[in-house]
Design a protein around this ligand. Structure first.
Ligand code: UD1
Ligand code: UDP
Length: 373
């Protein structure tokens, strides 16, 4: 019998952990526990995803909440250590690149517990991004590294990681997308917002580099306003960005933009529907770059770099940076000639979690097809 603790904490972690928890649950000889660090805690940033993605209620919630980087990382560590001492797992599984990912990995490595990092090897080569620090450090201390795309293999090899520890398994976020596609198609979000397919843009923003600096955030809003002259822009707003609109004195400006529609963060199914039928997506999200590749919707990434280059070479993604002119030029170009995805990246086929669990447990787990028979 092996025991596995799965960790999640922030919104993008929930889509990634959901299929892993599901497959572990049906694998013989495995006992698993789910720990939520509480990094994200609003109903629309957390509970809604557990409900919609059918993730079991976490066994343990560390309830850390929002703090500075150091305090949040330290608080997760302080609260996760006793859990590991009590549970004595064989593996701790961490996903993605948020503070909770690194904090729990650090606790595990110091206790001699093996770590599996899912979504390993991605690199933006931009050390000003908090996530890049989390990625590099988590990979360094992990025992098994599960990679989504070829760039991850190259990066880890270049950093001297043993090939034996690196596994190209596909993308668990896409497992979730494919599993939810039919249910998302039933969403009535278009009726709720008075939209028809293909007639609107969808924007999401939350990177500190875009929303913490007034001039940068204001410039992006100018670009969204200009796009709004052409088609309505839906903007489900992340709590960091909503708070910053207020603190940077931009709230009134945004409220005066009639075709930029600020809405609360959406549940996964509504968001997937809105994204799948958008004319264009403008984002700085990591996950959304990958998802638009699969739903084949043009994506403008308002960043100078991406740790997910396969979304550019095989998908519909394009980097624009945050300069309003560059965003608008790219927007005009794709209005003239929308790009289409070449083919789904290798192994983004809905079975990544099955591959991960099989490797971790040394078992052969039943595939989704076998289970549904
Ligand atoms: C975090 C991750 C980022 C990820 C993003 C996904 C780190 C360093 N950053 O960024 O990699 O892309 O999540 O969404 O781990 N807040 C709320 N309610 C919540 C959660 C947050 O109001 O449920 C507000 C708080 O004011 C908080 C701010 O949002 O201070 C930022 O939250 P935090 O988790 O620190 O970082 P994110 O910007 O969400
Ligand atoms: N998402 C969502 N509702 C929203 C915005 C995003 O369900 O209003 C989903 C999106 O489909 C993707 C994930 O949240 O699965 C991405 O999370 P986020 O952008 O917060 O983090 P990142 O991927 O940048 O780390």
């Amino acid at each position: 019998m092996s025991k596995v603790i799965c960790v999640c904490g922030a919104r993008p972690n929930f889509m990634k952990i959901a299929p892993i928890v599901k497959v572990l649950g049906r694998t013989d000889g495995v006992e698993s526990r789910l720990v939520h660090t509480g990094q994200h805690y609003d109903e629309r940033m957390s509970d809604l995803f557990f409900e919609q993605l059918h993730i079991p209620k976490p066994d343990i919630n560390l309830d850390v909440g929002s703090l500075s980087h150091a305090a949040q990382t330290a608080e997760v560590m302080k609260r996760f250590e006793p859990v590991c001492l009590e549970e004595r797992p064989d593996w701790v599984v961490v996903v993605g690149d948020v503070n909770s990912t690194l904090a729990c990995a650090l606790v595990a490595v110091k206790l001699g517990i093996r770590i599996a990092h899912v979504e390993a090897g991605l690199r933006s080569f931009d050390r000003a991004m908090p996530e890049e620090i989390n990625r590099v450090l988590t990979d360094t201390i992990s025992d098994q590294l599960f990679v989504t795309e070829p760039s991850g293999l190259d990066n880890l090899r270049r950093e001297g990681v043993d090939d034996d520890r690196v596994h190209h398994v596909g993308n668990v976020m896409i497992d979730t997308l494919l599993a939810c596609r039919e249910r998302a198609a039933q969403s009535d979000i278009h009726q709720q917002l008075g939209l028809s397919a293909g007639s609107y843009a969808l924007a999401t923003l939350h990177r500190p580099s875009n929303v913490d600096d007034r001039a940068t955030f204001a410039g992006i809003l100018d670009a969204l306003e200009a796009i709004g002259q052409d088609m309505p822009v839906m903007f489900p707003i992340h709590p960091r960005s909503r708070n910053n609109l207020e603190s940077l004195g931009l709230r009134e400006r945004v409220e005066s933009m009639t075709n930029l529609r600020l809405i609360d963060p959406l549940g996964y199914l509504d968001f997937l529907k809105l994204m799948s039928d958008a004319a264009v997506v403008l984002t700085d999200s990591g996950g959304v770059q990958e998802e638009t590749t699969i739903v084949n919707v043009p994506c403008l990434t308002l960043r100078e770099n991406t740790e997910r280059p396969v979304t550019i070479t095989q998908g519909t993604n394009q980097l624009t940076g945050s300069d309003p002119k560059a965003i608008l030029n790219a927007y005009q170009d794709i209005r003239q000639l929308p790009p289409s995805a070449a083919s789904p990246p290798h192994l983004w086929d809905g079975h990544a979690a099955e591959r991960i669990v099989a490797i971790l447990t040394g078992t052969t787990c039943r595939t989704t097809a076998e289970v549904s028979k």
